[in-house]
Design a protein around this ligand. Structure first.
Ligand SMILES: Nc1ncnc2c1ncn2[C@@H]1O[C@H](COP(=O)(O)OP(=O)(O)O)[C@@H](O)[C@H]1O
Ligand SMILES: O=C(O)C1=C[C@@H](OP(=O)(O)O)[C@@H](O)[C@H](O)C1
Ligand SMILES: [Mg+2]
Length: 184
């Protein structure tokens, strides 16, 4: 198993996909998003999977996408916001460097209101988001090694905060041999 250096979780609009791609670039590692993997596997957009096959089927596809990514992707991995609702997916995350990107309702709704359609927020997004977060917050907290508030930080600053919280280093940065200063 080649586990990712960071796995991002959090509700829709927390910035998992945006910050994940930025962080991967900063660290010089690959980036992967299980939502994108699911779309490829299913051969249709997420909204269509929800409508035609139901949320249960989506969560099963998501669990397998997470399992595969954890086994094969050593870079930064962003999950979909509801991945932690599945018991099997949560088990897969045990012991991994998981970061919960937190965000308040007002900021999240402002952000996702302008973005691609999310089937669970299609009708009355404020109410849906609030209820979804009430159910999910304990689970995000349970799986996370670090929690980063994103409301008052632009994506680049969120990436910085993750680097600090997990004490990450760019992949290409060589470890300094012990005693190097004395030899120079
Ligand atoms: N820290 C941030 N500050 C402001 N806008 C953000 C921030 N993070 C993400 N966004 C914006 O919010 C929207 C949703 O981001 P996205 O990365 O898709 O979230 P998620 O994957 O967590 O649902 C995008 O339009 C993105 O540009
Ligand atoms: O919260 C959820 O249940 C979902 C969040 C979405 O991902 P983002 O959190 O990246 O928007 C996507 O996986 C799907 O629409 C379901
Ligand atoms: Mg996303």
């Amino acid at each position: 198993m080649t586990a990712p250096v960071v796995v991002l979780v959090g509700p829709p609009g927390a910035g998992k996909s945006t910050v994940g791609a930025l962080l991967a670039e900063r660290l010089g590692v690959g980036y992967r998003d299980t939502d994108a993997d699911i779309v490829v596997t299913a051969g249709k957009p997420i909204a269509e999977i929800f409508i035609e096959d139901g949320e249960g089927h989506f969560r099963a596809l998501e669990r397998e996408a997470v399992r595969t990514a954890l086994d094969t992707h050593p870079g930064v991995l962003s999950l979909g916001g509801g991945a932690i609702m599945d018991d099997g997916t949560r088990k897969l995350l045990t012991g991994l460097p998981v970061v919960f990107l937190d965000v308040e309702l007002a900021d999240a709704v402002k952000r996702v209101g302008l973005d691609a359609p999310r089937p669970l927020l299609a009708v009355n997004p404020r109410k849906q988001w609030r209820e979804l977060m009430e159910r999910r917050r304990p689970l995000y907290t349970e799986v996370a090694r670090a929690v980063i508030a994103t409301g008052d930080r632009p994506p680049a600053a969120v990436a910085d905060a993750i680097v600090d919280a997990l004490e990450l280093r760019p992949a290409a940065e060589p470890a300094r041999p012990a005693g190097r200063e004395e030899q120079a």
